[in-house]
Design a protein. Structure first.
Lengths: 296, 190
């Protein structure tokens, strides 16, 4: 019991701090693509400490509650992610169905919080985020169903075990079309360009974050950090064979995250209906092709 | 009484530690009505790269620490700047950009432009020039960071302490924008 609680706390701290580190490295990476020097890799930690030291303006308790629920929803999902050999719950090693189900809570919490702020830009932003979700969930769920089919199990650790035995056994090589669909869905989940419709700073003034100040903004930052950790972690477990220890797992996650940032650095933004249309066409088609190839 | 000396308002206690993080992560909101706005894109992008100081543009006053007034302020836009400044969460800083907010610049005798921004809002730092080049802007930012580190950039506290004095000055100049509207309304009721 005590062990589970300790692992619980360790996982929460680890997901947020590794996510922040990835954000910092990602900013440096994007800066180098722009041929800039860029912020130091620990910049995100400084930002979060500064945000928590600032005055925060809250309009009502639902706004506070919603933002906290967003962070808690993502942290609750992270608990089911197997990080290499590290599992929070010994007997429930990364059930994909629970993960997909819980991932929504983060977004819904955020939606409740920012809708309570009463700013129209925030409402537009969160409406776009939830619409985009309809888009990327389709190819992502088809991919997940395919992997559940193959392994006759929805546990991520079973999927990882099936890929043991070298690089050529990874699902990334075995099922390349599904991997591509998964990477495109990841781009949408992380809200990177070309799918950053919900943030859109020049258009709807950073969307959901528009009214968040101080500690609320800090919580949103931590939520995004944990989200990066969770979503890259799912891709690593599903397609890149997990990892023998947590450090290799982090390295693989970082590689996946940097690929999404490299794509983000060279693309402008889709309009949100075009983004949804794209998700229902290209990645969905790729995932279906893989499903048909597997069934034949 | 007008409290202007920074010594009385200097940061103490935990703020001294937190000032280190605050100076390293200044998020700015630029109020771009004047011509200074055109100097900011090169400062932000590859050539002069402001992000290496941890600075970056933000979309709304709620998220920002630093308000840039880039150039002249007409009386009507002053009202919006005051709203914007008061919406920002503390601690917050304000930089006046170019000669216009310092002494009116080339608009010193205009009927619709204010001459000295420091009378209406607490200016932490002024960057002179018409317009200042990116080098001068970055020099100004590093000076602001130094004074934040020493705990001397306390404009927001000065605003809080001398709120009535600032409000009186603001009311005097904002009065000039209202009569036109009042007369029109009065005519319609006749």
């Amino acid at each position: 019991m005590i062990n589970t609680i300790l692992r619980f706390i360790l996982m929460a701290v680890m997901s947020m701090s590794v996510g922040l580190l990835f954000m910092g490295i990602g900013r440096k990476f994007t800066a180098r693509i722009h041929r800039r020097y860029g912020a130091p890799f620990y910049q995100s930690f400084i930002d979060v400490i500064k945000l928590f030291s600032k005055q925060s303006i809250s309009h009502n308790w639902i706004m506070d509650f919603g933002v906290l629920m967003g962070l808690a929803g993502i942290l609750a999902t992270v608990m089911f992610l197997p990080v290499g050999p590290f599992n929070v719950f010994g007997h429930m090693q990364g059930n994909m169905i629970i993960i997909i189900y819980f991932m929504t809570i983060g977004y819904l919490g955020m939606a409740m919080g920012v809708a309570a702020s009463g700013n129209p830009n925030a409402t537009i932003g969160i409406a776009r985020a939830l619409t985009l979700m309809l888009g990327y969930e389709v190819p992502f769920v088809i991919t997940v169903v395919l992997l559940i089919f193959i392994n006759s199990s929805s546990n991520l650790s079973v999927m990882v075990a099936s890929q043991a035995g070298g690089f050529m056994r990874w699902n990334m090589i075995q099922y390349p079309f599904a991997f591509l669909a998964g990477m495109m869905a990841l781009q949408g989940m992380l809200g990177e360009q070309p799918f950053d419709v919900m943030i859109a700073p020049a258009e709807i003034a950073s969307g959901p974050m528009v009214e968040l100040s101080g500690k609320l903004m800090g919580s949103a930052f931590l939520q995004h950090a944990a989200q990066i950790f969770l979503e890259t972690g799912i891709i690593v477990n599903m397609f890149m064979g997990g990892a023998p220890n947590i450090w290799i797992f982090f390295l693989k996650q970082l590689a996946v995250y940097l690929v999404t940032l490299a794509v983000a650095a060279i693309f402008p933004r889709y309009r949100f209906e075009d983004a949804v249309k794209f998700f229902w066409q290209a990645p969905t088609a790729l995932a279906l092709i893989q499903l048909i190839l597997f069934l034949i | 009484m007008l409290l202007t000396s920074s010594k009385d308002l200097k940061d103490k206690g935990l703020d001294v530690v937190l000032d280190f993080f605050r100076k390293k992560s200044l998020w700015m909101l630029h109020y771009c009505t004047g011509c200074g706005a055109i100097e900011l894109p090169p400062t932000m992008t590859s050539r002069w790269d402001m992000e290496r100081f941890g600075m970056g543009p933000m979309a709304t006053p709620r998220q920002a620490d630093l308000l840039l007034i880039t150039g002249y302020l007409s009386v009507k836009s002053l009202k919006r700047v005051i709203y914007t400044y008061e919406q920002m969460p503390e601690p917050k800083w304000l930089i006046a950009f170019g000669s216009c907010p310092i002494n009116g610049g080339i608009y010193y005798d205009s009927y619709s432009v204010i001459n000295r921004l420091a009378e209406y809002l607490p200016v932490d730092l002024s960057i002179e020039g018409c317009m200042p080049r990116p080098e001068a802007i970055i020099d100004g930012f590093t000076k602001l960071m130094k004074s934040i580190d020493k705990g001397e950039a306390v404009g927001y506290k000065r605003y809080r302490e001398n709120y009535e004095w600032y409000k009186k000055n603001q009311a005097e100049v904002l009065e000039r924008t209202s009569p036109v509207l009042k007369e029109e309304v009065a005519d319609e009721t006749k």
